[in-house]
Write a protein that binds this ligand. Structure first.
Ligand code: C5P
Length: 230
């Protein structure tokens, strides 16, 4: 289903981002822009992408004191992103402040997604930061905290979908990177699922980057994934 596919356009080049977006927009629900693009091209680049006809997931993973994150969210509201990310590790008050700031946009507000434990952190790396519980328990703890403060959903790895659905039911939006169509190169993604497996497991959205953006025909690659999850 086209709506469930998010294509991650990870490039700092404006022209390439625009070309990718125009190719994939008919086959996906949203396009994800991240730090690499936004820090270089800012709101102007964002508006150029939105004008090309895509709803945008702005993945900036905000993390600061509550007042600053709330101000950051308010500054982004005029751009009209559909989804925004924050770090649940910023704490309950920070999550609540982000949710309240987003609510100021009324019905067109961005949904707030919380990032729990970065998938780049294994147990040893996490323990070096003082978190000794392990990634799975810590992710569940942060997910509970973020959802209790009104976050609309979570970014999670494919293998977290089932435990999160068990713990929190069908309510939270689960947005899932680490997706590889059968036969695609995993790249630096350690634990992947296919688009079909992730949707079957309960993902609301799957986030796919390189299998689409590095394909000879990104539009056709996105269309194939959309068909696979139809
Ligand atoms: O190219 P690939 O499909 O691996 O891209 C996945 C996208 O999802 C990238 O933008 C990456 O930063 C993002 N992401 C991820 N794992 C997370 C959070 C975000 O791969 N835990």
């Amino acid at each position: 289903m086209t709506r469930r596919l998010i294509v991650a356009v990870d490039t700092p080049e404006l022209d390439r981002a625009g070309a990718l977006l125009r190719a994939v927009a008919p086959h996906c629900g949203l396009v994800k822009l991240g730090l690499e693009f936004f820090l270089r091209h800012g709101p102007e680049g964002y508006r150029a992408m939105a004008a090309a006809g895509a709803d945008i997931f702005l993945d900036l993973k905000l993390h600061d004191i509550p007042n600053t994150v709330a101000g950051g969210v308010r500054s982004l509201l005029p751009l009209g992103p559909r989804l925004l990310t924050i770090h649940a590790g910023g704490g309950a008050a920070m999550v609540a402040a982000a949710v309240a700031a987003a609510a100021q946009a009324g019905a067109s507000r961005p949904k707030i997604l919380a990032v729990t434990v970065l998938t780049s952190l294994d147990a040893a790396a996490l323990s070096a930061t003082g978190v000794v519980d392990g990634p799975a328990r810590q992710a569940l703890r942060l997910a509970r905290l973020a959802l209790a403060e009104g976050a609309d959903g979570l970014v999670c790895s494919p293998h977290e979908i089932a435990p999160l659905r068990d713990a929190f039911g069908s309510g939270p939006l689960l947005v899932v990177p680490g997706i590889r169509p059968a036969g695609a190169a995993p790249g630096d993604q350690a634990r992947v699922m296919t688009p079909e497996q992730a949707v079957e497991a309960g993902a609301d959205y799957i986030v796919v980057g390189r299998p689409v953006t590095a394909a000879a025909e990104p539009g056709a690659a996105a269309a194939a994934i959309a068909r696979a999850i139809a």
